[in-house]
Design a protein around this ligand. Structure first.
Ligand code: ADP
Length: 284
């Protein structure tokens, strides 16, 4: 007779497969603040810094807000937070017994960032990985987000402690990968893709930034960072390209001036369609 492999002595099955009393995998999901209701959580990720992940996050947030959705941005890029600066927001965020209140942008996006909690935004955050990761959990548990259709999480670049914590602790519906043509695109996108796959999180698509620069005189598109290989990667991984953003000085200007609430990024309409597939109805 075959040896029984199920470790549960009260189980009559020979293998753990299908055993009703088999142990469920442990869930690391953190509970959301009881004053909040967040319908969808989207992670915006990149392989390395500077590719325009925050630009993509804020552009998507503006787009969703302009269509009537209730949007929040969790700035999980704790050692390089740029969201408050883009929207001209300053702390300290208000806190009460029930939790911390996010700060509102001029276009009604709720933002939480370490820079809204530190007395001086120029103080560097020199914490080790586990402390950073804990901060992100607090952004979920202790921030009073209220009712949100979308919470966009601006992740730190790479696949370290903080992205891992976000994936494990928050109910992430999907990720958007931001990349640039000069990246070692395939490898970097594949790393992010594989991390999401390991955590069972769908990849909603990729955004290529710095795709080209349009000559203001003749309109010619110049591929400043070389030829794009995103279509190739998209085919191989079966992941949609949600948009290609050119280098657009108007976007930099609004971002640098802290006036990003006014920014309309016309290059991400495909991304809007992908986020809508999540079936969220805009508020009336
Ligand atoms: P990351 O979050 O990946 O580190 P950021 O979004 O902060 O990168 O972008 C880095 C800098 O490049 C910022 O100053 C931002 O305003 C600028 N930038 C990003 N994307 C564009 C773009 N498409 N056009 C013009 N400026 C951009």
């Amino acid at each position: 007779m075959a040896e029984k492999s199920c470790s549960n002595s009260s189980c009559s099955k020979e293998s753990c497969e299908g055993c009703p009393s088999a142990k469920q995998p442990q869930s690391f999901l953190e509970e959301l603040n009881s004053y909040s209701e967040v319908k969808h959580v989207i992670g915006i990720v990149s392989g390395k810094g500077g590719v325009g992940k925050s630009m993509a996050t804020a552009s998507l947030a503006n787009l969703l807000a302009s269509k009537g959705y209730r949007v929040g941005i969790m700035d999980a890029d704790i050692t390089g937070p740029s969201i408050p600066r883009m929207y001209g927001l300053a702390g300290p965020a208000e806190a009460g017994e029930e939790g911390i209140y996010p700060v509102l942008t001029d276009n009604d996006i709720k933002v939480m960032s370490i820079n809204l909690l530190m007395p001086d935004p120029e103080t560097p955050v020199i914490w080790r990985g586990p402390v950073l990761a804990n901060m992100v959990k607090q952004f979920w548990k202790d921030v009073i987000w209220g009712e949100l259709d979308y919470l966009l999480v601006d992740m730190p670049p790479g696949t370290g402690d903080v992205p891992l914590t976000v994936f494990q602790s928050l109910p992430v519906d999907g990720i958007v990968i931001v990349t640039s043509p000069q990246d070692l695109v395939k490898m970097i996108v594949k790393k992010a893709f594989n991390m999401a796959a390991t955590m069972n999180i769908p990849v909603l698509g990729m955004i290529e930034n710095y795709s080209y620069l349009k000559c203001p005189d003749c309109g010619k598109e110049i591929s400043v960072f070389g030829k794009s290989r995103i279509e190739e990667v998209s085919k191989e991984l079966q992941v949609a390209v949600l948009g290609k953003m050119p280098i657009d000085p108007r976007l930099t200007e609004l971002s640098d001036a802290g006036e990003f609430a006014q920014a309309v990024n016309p290059y991400l309409d495909g991304a809007f369609a992908a986020l809508q597939l999540l079936n969220v109805k805009a508020k009336d």
